[in-house]
Unconditional design. Sequence first.
Length: 386
Amino acid sequence: MSAKRRIGLVGTGFIARGVSRLILNHHPDLEITGAYTRRDISTIDDYPLPEVLTNSLDELMDNADLIIECSGDVLNATVAVDKAFAAGLPVVTMDTEFHVTTGSWFADKGYLTEAEGDQPGCLAALHEECIQMGFEPLVYGNMKGYLNHNPSREDMVFWSTKQGFSLDQTTSFTDGTKLQFEQAFIANGFGATITKQGMEGPRTDDTTATAKQLGEVAEELGKPIADFVVSMGQPPGVFITAKHDEVERGPLANIKMGEGPYYVLMRNYHLCAIEIVKTVRRVLAGGPVLLNNSTQPTVGMVSIAKTELKAGSTIKRGIGGFEVRGEAALLAEAPENHVPIGMLSNAVLTRNIEPGEILTWDDVELPPSMALDIVMKLKEQQKKAV
């Protein structure tokens, strides 16, 4: 009997717990050999394999054949991926925020791929299917059922408790920051673009019809786009609007795909942690990268003040906080000195900020970190590319 393949996890939250349960209960040839956390291990009572918890990244890497990074923390993920690559290990992620902030630095330095399960990975898998079937993708679409750019803390505490997500996760889902990250990521990964800062994001009662309208926008632009639709109560899935060969219009109409020229391929679910294993097996089998941010991204994330911010105050965490939200923006058009929202961790404001302002590097003081060093290097690379 062959030895089990050893999986090391970075993170012990919702995603890490889910993938751990799945591997423990359904994949006997795989084994979780470590789960890295920065918390006091004695305080953790909700992780399914408490015996593998560790506070040492080195110990994690020494006992793994593959790393799954799902911490949801850009600074932590950056260090973990760097260590994994130093150890010669492939990395599978469920961490869009990491990819869009520092991931391009690592894209050509080792095996790094986002997993199926969250919208970007699911769109990447749907993209592969589309290409194999001869479709030409025009729109990489995200489906959102609700959007409120500035939700109240009271509402977010309620929904956080009800849904079982952390407060910052719930807030980033609601104010659109996570959505914007996801679409910036998919645009960079597949050489697509966005039409404007924040994207189009039409609200609709007919997702399919609106997806076709976005296809017209992309065709007029002459380049595939990443975008999203908001439709109350729709499932949190993904879609691709595509074209096909003229000769296939009749056959596609016959099999109920519509008259064309735009076709909508939709996946009305994404299953988060329990889909990660599909990508793990892809990697272990020697398959290609599913999705990363590319080495030459064209879309980034700006930080927009939700409320009046005072000089001297601290933004403990930008993503999912109540001070700022993130929007996707073309790097060539965004303020050159904008600070990516993924870097706003324990950021001290140096001046007063008005609601709606885009924060710049001049507005904040950040503690030293590997992520900060990398972002500055990426910023210089992007300047030279322009």
